[in-house]
Ligand binder design. Structure first.
Ligand SMILES: *Cc1c(COP(=O)(O)O)cnc(C)c1O
Length: 517
């Protein structure tokens, strides 16, 4: 029976379920590596033999590079089958905390494919792309309006890249003041990219401990402030899903010490339309367009991490940037063409232009009221999940309301023989991508759930019911359900540490096969 009481699978069929000859299970098809099914002599395209020519590469041209070839239908099937083993926001609830996996409206895709946006080339003369420039100016205007900050650098290509950009602007501003400070303060609940960014720029990172309620204490920040502190990097709402209530006091103390306030804006989706970070004293903040303003992401890209800047930093924004004159928009590509003191540039060209179109489309479709509602619904949904699970799972920071994500710890698993990892793996068998595990590090065995605003009540109810069923299975000692999970995924439990530490990136024929051929 399925959940609506409709019969789906006769019991008899289960008893006789055969091993299949192919190893496939109906639509779940085993797929070999392309190197195992392809042949160098096969090709899916039909090109003319090149006319006789003399290579001018001094004998250095590559000959047999051994790339496997497939016919066109074989190539299509290979990648379609692989894609079906994947899990994405379009296949089900994707409750990763901090990463914000929300629905990406198809309208955005349609807009990004308009030829005037999709087919332009970054080396085209400015006079031929006024629409693309106008869109960058309009997006900048919206981002400044939403953050209450006067300037924005659009070019960074991800959140982490935006952090680097904002911190480079801070470094440039300090240098312009003739100062060279060496310390950056980072709360211990921060995303790993924060200390990494500071360290990459040569700063020494000092960690600020959290209060028992999971937030940062301004008194603790003050203890660490000195005239050697360049900046604090603070996430708000923080990665425990809590709003930093003392953020203004923290900003004031940081400014009084002559330092800057970098805000990690990855969680901006919880407060868009409710709070303007500029009003909280923020000097620089990256916005993950791919999290807050709905563009597809995952697997490392593509993202876009524009950085909004306060008046104190706006002069130092990197090249290129758009300037809106009386009747036109122009792109300043060289320092001498503008009024600013750019610290340099973050990348070739202007950043991820396709993401700008998608974000703009999302903003225009929602309007200011719609964006505010998305923030409110994201917070409501996280609190709904919290209310549905708090009697079974343990909350590290008490029972108060959370923002857009709810954080559980692993105290409730104590003595069950089930770990956070086991629990997450069992969620895969239930058809869910696991939540964020073991992050933030301030909480033991953390499980961070962010449902986002895009889930319906029905979908949240099923998600909560599935998690309740799993928690009860763990508590009654049904260990096998967890220890071997996932049972139903195309691949079982993998050695993820080894895969990350010692990745095998080159295919070679298994030993012995060479001789057999
Ligand atoms: C996602 C995230 C980042 C990094 O953003 P990327 O776009 O993945 O580089 C930084 N901080 C926090 C809190 C995040 O959630």
């Amino acid at each position: 029976m399925n959940r609506q009481g409709r019969p789906t699978q006769p019991i008899e069929a289960l008893a006789i379920a055969p091993d299949t000859f192919t190893g496939n299970r109906a639509l779940r098809i085993e797929e070999a590596l392309i190197f195992e099914i392809g042949r160098p002599e096969v090709t899916g395209v039909d090109l003319d033999e090149p006319a006789a020519f003399t290579a001018r590469l001094g004998g250095l041209e590559r000959r047999d590079i051994g790339l496997p070839g497939l016919s066109e239908p074989e190539a299509v099937r290979h990648y379609v089958r692989l894609s079906r083993m994947n899990y994405g926001i379009d296949s089900g609830v994707f409750p990763l905390g901090s990463c914000t996996m929300k629905h990406n409206p198809r309208l955005n895709e349609k807009m990004a494919r308009l030829p005037g946006f999709g087919d332009v080339h970054p080396l085209q003369p400015q006079s031929t792309v006024p629409g693309a420039l106008a869109l960058m100016a309009e997006l900048s205007r919206w981002l400044c309006e939403l953050t209450g900050m006067p300037a924005v650098a659009l070019s960074p290509k991800a959140g982490a890249h935006g952090e680097l950009c904002g911190m480079m602007a801070i470094k440039a501003a300090l240098a312009a003041r003739g100062e060279k400070r060496s310390v950056v303060l980072v709360p211990e609940s921060a995303h790993g990219t924060n200390p990494a960014t500071a360290a990459l720029l040569g700063y020494r990172v000092e960690s600020i401990p959290a209060r028992p309620d999971g937030t940062v204490d301004p008194a603790e920040v003050k203890k660490h402030l000195s005239n050697d502190v360049a900046a604090i990097m603070l996430t708000n709402p923080n990665t425990c899903g809590l709003f930093e209530r003392d953020v203004v006091a923290i900003a004031d103390a940081v400014h009084a010490a002559g330092a800057y306030f970098y805000a990690d804006g990855a969680n901006f989706n919880a407060i868009v339309g409710k709070v303007r970070p500029g009003d909280l004293g923020v000097d620089a903040m990256h916005i993950n367009l791919h999290k807050t303003f709905s563009t597809p992401h995952g697997g490392g890209g593509p993202g876009a991490g524009p950085v909004t800047l306060s008046a104190a930093l706006s002069d130092f924004a990197p090249l290129p940037y758009v300037v809106t004159d009386a009747d036109s928009v122009r792109l300043v590509e060289h320092a001498q063409d503008g009024d600013g003191k750019p610290f340099g540039r973050m990348c070739a060209f202007h950043g991820q232009a396709g993401m700008f179109v998608r974000a703009m489309s999302y903003m225009l479709a929602h309007g200011s009221d719609g964006m505010r509602q998305a923030s409110e619904d994201a917070v409501l949904n996280a609190n709904y999940v919290k209310a549905g699970l708090r009697d079974l799972m343990s909350l590290p920071f008490g029972d108060g309301p959370c923002m857009h994500e709810v954080l559980f710890d692993d105290r409730w698993l104590e003595g069950t023989g089930v770990s956070t990892l086991d629990f997450a793996k069992a969620m895969i068998d239930e058809g869910y991508h696991p939540m964020t595990m073991y992050f933030p590090l301030v909480v033991h065995g953390a499980m961070l759930i962010e449902p986002t605003e895009s889930e319906s009540k029905a979908s949240l109810d099923l998600f909560v019911a599935a998690l309740r069923a799993l928690t009860m299975a763990a508590k009654r000692g049904d260990i096998a359900r967890f220890s071997g999970a996932p049972y139903y995924a195309p691949r079982r439990r993998l050695d993820e540490t080894r895969a990350a530490r010692a990745p095998v990136l080159r295919w070679s024929k298994p030993a012995g096969q060479e001789a057999a051929e």
